[in-house]
Design a protein around this ligand. Structure first.
Ligand code: ZN
Length: 84
């Protein structure tokens, strides 16, 4: 086994390791992103500046159709629409 072979093996392992690491990081980041869609017009509420308040439940006012909706972020892994 030549030194050059050993060196390229180490470099390849390092590169593959980095790719795996950042892929994992990316997946984790994507998993943590949540989406709330307006029940009336399906507008995405979190990215469209519709946030109103965060108390027991989080209140959003849809920027498109002005519908106010309340979301429970605590009782399940996904935000649940609170229906009165
Ligand atoms: Zn809406």
């Amino acid at each position: 086994m030549s030194n050059q072979f050993l060196l390229s093996t180490i470099i390849i392992s390092f590169v593959l390791g980095s790719i795996l690491f950042f892929t994992k990081l990316g997946l984790k980041y994507n998993r943590q992103r949540t989406f709330c869609y307006c029940p009336l017009c399906q507008n995405e509420l979190i990215s469209s500046n519709s946030f109103v308040s965060d108390e027991d439940v989080v209140t959003y006012k849809c920027a498109k159709c002005l519908l106010v909706s309340r979301w429970d972020f605590d009782s399940s892994p996904m935000p649940m629409l609170v229906r009165d």
